[in-house]
Design a protein around this ligand. Structure first.
Ligand SMILES: Cc1cc2nc3c(=O)[nH]c(=O)nc-3n(C[C@H](O)[C@H](O)[C@H](O)COP(=O)(O)OP(=O)(O)OC[C@H]3O[C@@H](n4cnc5c(N)ncnc54)[C@H](O)[C@@H]3O)c2cc1C
Length: 397
């Protein structure tokens, strides 16, 4: 039987696997093989809205987002390629019941270096002249926020990793992780061959679950369909900033040639899905909800129309935060999965943390404690949640 070998095997060529492969090369680990069952970015990454903001109540996530922003802003210098980053600015608005939480969260964000400012109704009205802002109690503004192209970002990480020595094996499925005496020894591929290694980073999104279950490890990820609606606003809105509307629970950003991308932020009721078999069209009900929400928030649009829709899947953990973790009883394994719909904006920092765990077993960033993302937190009942939750939008981490 053919057996390849590598110092580290990364399973999954989505954003997180590609970011990890690249980060490993930056830590001096050049002998990396990235194994992707289809093509780079073909999983959840290819459907991402790519919103970039640092507005997190959980400080470690805010720190990861602000670090990652530097990579998006300087992608040419860091990765040698564009990642489609548009610095439009980011505004988040909350209702009166959440003003205290917003300000407390902003104070914590500033403590880890996030540039976030108060912005009033008059200023937001200049940015979004067609919006009804009356129901909002307060806003936060991130001048450096915006959106990037997740697919392009994954490619950029993969190409940069390959340039630094990593090997990329697309069209290659990992069937099992091999262990011996509680230690990783390699991965078994669907074609019957294997790659011998002492270190595996499992970054296969929702598909990570069965690969761990085979070792008796429960990775609590469920899969949910998220529907995106593209709206033709019927007029030139100019370069609008990304708008996170935590009153109507939706997010809005510009897309392509003058369209608006409308995403859902209401995660209270989730639609279970199979990530290998789900409808790529928004349902009539979801379109109705989007029409109603966009109509309510943007009454100044004269003749908006639905341009198209699509859907993607979130890999959701019980606290809507990822697992980036060593695994008890499986030495040499790092899991990076369960990004719960917000893995784009933190992906460069995820790569760094996963590489840290491979190389030294702990985080090299003091404000990003590895313990926050440990797998065991679910069994311990110690979920990673914001100390400043928003009423009605608790999943805004
Ligand atoms: C509709 C939508 C909108 C989003 N919007 C945003 C946003 O605005 N901002 C934000 O920060 N995040 C957003 N996200 C989340 C973000 O895109 C994801 O968290 C991130 O892309 C997940 O990357 P990943 O590498 O973990 O998973 P994936 O991209 O799913 O990658 C996993 C890869 O593993 C491969 N694989 C699976 N099984 C195997 C196997 N056995 N062997 C080899 N390879 C395997 C798959 O083919 C896949 O390519 C959004 C996600 C969706 C779906």
């Amino acid at each position: 039987m053919n057996t390849d070998a590598a110092e580290v095997v990364v399973v999954g060529g989505g954003l997180e696997g590609c970011a990890t492969a690249w980060a490993l090369t930056q830590r001096g680990v050049g002998d990396v093989v990235l194994v992707e069952r289809a093509t780079v970015g073909s999983g959840g990454t290819g459907k991402s809205s790519g919103v970039v903001r640092c507005h997190y109540g959980v400080s470690s996530l805010a720190a990861m987002a602000t670090r990652s922003l530097e990579t998006f802003e300087h992608a040419h210098d860091v990765l040698g390629a564009d990642v489609g980053f548009h610095r439009t600015g980011y505004v988040v608005g909350v209702g009166p019941e959440n003003v205290g939480a917003l300000h407390a969260s902003m104070a914590d964000q500033r403590a880890v270096g996030v540039q976030t400012e108060d912005i009033d109704h008059t200023e937001v009205r200049k940015l979004w002249p067609v919006a009804d802002l009356e129901p909002f109690g307060a806003f936060a503004w991130e001048e450096r926020g915006g959106y990037g192209d997740a697919y392009q970002t994954a490619q950029a990480f993969a190409v940069a990793a390959r340039r630094a020595g990593a090997r990329l094996r697309q069209g290659t499925t990992v069937r099992a992780i091999r262990t011996d005496g509680g230690r990783v020894t390699g991965v078994e591929l669907a074609d019957g061959t294997a790659i011998a290694t002492g270190h595996v980073v499992l970054a296969a999104g929702p598909w990570s679950v069965p690969l761990l279950a085979a070792h008796g490890v429960d990775l609590p990820i469920t899969v949910h369909r998220e529907q995106i609606v593209l709206v033709d606003p019927g007029q030139d809105l100019g370069p609008v900033p990304v708008f996170s509307d935590l009153v109507s629970l939706q997010y809005l950003r510009g897309e392509g040639a003058g369209q608006l991308l409308v995403g859902n932020s209401d995660l209270a009721v989730l639609e279970a899905a199979d990530p290998d078999r789900y409808s790529n069209q928004a349902s009539p009900d979801a379109v109705d909800v989007a029409v109603e929400k966009v109509g309510t928030r943007l009454p100044g649009l004269a003749e908006p129309a639905i341009a198209s829709t699509y859907a993607g899947c979130y890999d959701v953990t019980p606290d809507f935060n990822p697992v980036i973790s060593l695994v008890d009883g499986l030495d040499g394994l790092v899991v990076a999965a369960g990004f719960s719909g917000h893995g784009y904006k933190i992906s460069p920092a995820v790569g760094r943390l996963a590489a840290d765990l491979v190389v030294g077993g702990e985080s090299s960033a003091p404000d990003v404690p590895a313990a926050d993302f440990r797998l065991s937190r679910f069994a311990e009942g110690a979920l990673l949640t914001s100390p400043h939750p928003y009423v009605g939008a608790g999943q805004m981490r």
